[in-house]
Design a binder for this molecule. Structure first.
Ligand code: CA
Length: 225
């Protein structure tokens, strides 16, 4: 899967390029609209990630211009703008998606997968994650353990998806804070512990093998065997 990342903030650009690379995507980068247009005219991308505040033009105008030129790749829009204006809503109806900064990488990857999935139906089943008898349906945002549907909040779902993707490995609090909550520095917060506690209450119910293991002072491991 080849992606074009259009983002002028170098720190975010580097961070996303690395995260997307680690997730298995091939990533080209453009820091402005003109470079993006030139790349899109030369290469075919499976998807674009476009920041709205670009130095030479508005990201929305860039997307509209690319569409007029026949580009059909799905677009994930990044923006610091809190309010989703009508033009963005219009784009969303065309099959695109919108993410507000700051965002968690896990959330971005989840949205991206859904977007790419919608566009290329049925190449590979990347919509389900399974660990032991736990199953996450990424499209329906539905989690089950055995025959039981788990009633998770959206944040708990993203947290569980992250744990599942790292099953059998140690996940530290600071990894969770930065990847699931999008916090770069580690504030004095017990948000991770609180969410893990709630998640555990929903997953590791009585009579089931406990899956979430706490490593005191270090973090957590989701058991995979
Ligand atoms: Ca920007």
């Amino acid at each position: 899967m080849r992606l074009l990342l259009v983002e002028d903030e170098l720190e975010i650009q580097r961070f996303l390029r690395q995260s997307l690379g680690e997730a298995g995507y091939e990533v080209d980068v453009a820091s402005d609209g003109a470079t993006a247009s030139s790349l899109v005219s030369r290469f075919t991308y499976d998807g674009l990630i476009v920041d709205l505040g670009l130095p030479d033009q508005d990201g929305i105008d860039l997307i509209l211009q690319l569409r007029r030129n026949g580009m059909q790749s799905p677009v994930l829009i990044l923006s610091a703008r809190r309010s989703v204006d009508d033009r963005v809503k219009g784009l969303e109806q065309g099959g695109d998606d919108y993410l507000t900064k700051p965002f968690a990488v896990a959330e971005l990857l989840a949205r991206l997968r859904n977007l790419l999935r919608r566009n290329s139906s049925g190449k590979e089943d990347v919509t389900k994650v399974r660990v032991m008898d736990l199953e996450l349906d990424l499209l329906k945002r539905r989690a089950t353990r055995g025959d039981d549907v788990l009633n998770l909040s959206p944040q708990e779902f993203v947290l569980l998806e992250y744990l599942c993707r790292h099953a059998g490995r140690v996940v530290t609090r600071s990894m969770l804070l930065s990847e699931v909550w999008g916090m770069r520095i580690q504030p004095d917060t017990n948000v991770v512990d609180v969410h893990i506690y709630r998640l555990r209450g929903k997953i590791d119910t009585e009579g089931r093998t406990p899956l979430i293991k706490t490593l005191r002072g270090i973090g957590y491991v989701l058991k995979n065997h």
